[in-house]
Design a protein around this ligand. Structure first.
Ligand code: PRP
Length: 178
């Protein structure tokens, strides 16, 4: 599987070290608050697993699954909820955990949706962000890495549902697509 990679952008050590830093910041910022981690399936599973284990204490998690309407591309910004939260977030401090923000349209929609449920706060934590392709301004409190506009896989990110289990983040050889 590693042979399908063209280039490694982030090693496992780099990813885990940055997640540890973010977990420390999050724990400090949410001290004494009712924090709920909300993951967005499926890409965020590995970030969530490592982030919550890097926290110095315990915090509950919940999950949403969404799908984009219309063109079928993930960045249409019009979103349908496939699986909603199990939890009532009224009065709670919600931290959305994501693997990547490309256009920002998905997160922008999810944030407004969650904000409409009267939580105490909604913030965002993402491992990766592509500033060059942002279509909407979105305030992201915790960003692991800003990366260039390249198609990346690994650490939860897929190409046709493959490569999510890679421990690194990297780009694919063009031969994989042909
Ligand atoms: C990815 C990622 C975000 C979204 C970001 O999910 O997890 O949810 O795309 O794109 P945007 O900023 O352009 O809106 P994807 O649709 O690939 O689903 P997956 O997590 O199941 O792989």
């Amino acid at each position: 599987m590693g042979n399908d990679l063209q280039k490694v952008l982030l090693t496992e050590d780099e990813i885990l070290a940055r997640i540890q830093e973010m977990a420390t910041d999050i724990w400090r910022d949410y001290k004494g608050k009712d924090l709920l981690l909300v993951g967005v399936l499926k890409g965020a599973i590995l970030v969530m697993a490592d982030l919550m284990r890097a926290l110095p204490g315990t915090a509950p998690m919940d999950w949403m699954a969404i799908s984009s309407y219309g063109s079928g591309t993930k960045s249409s910004g019009v979103v349908r909820i496939i699986k909603d939260l199990d939890t009532d977030i009224t009065g709670r401090h919600v931290l959305i955990v994501e693997d990547i923000i490309d256009s920002g349209l998905t997160l922008s929609w999810i944030r407004s949706n969650l904000e409409s449920r009267s939580p105490a706060s909604v913030e965002i934590c993402t491992l990766l962000r592509k500033p060059e392709v942002a279509k909407v301004e979105i305030d992201v409190r915790y960003v692991g890495f800003d990366i260039p506009n390249e198609f990346v896989v690994g650490y939860g990110l897929d190409y046709a549902e493959k490569y999510r289990n890679l421990r690194v983040v990297g780009t694919l050889n063009p031969s994989v697509y042909s």
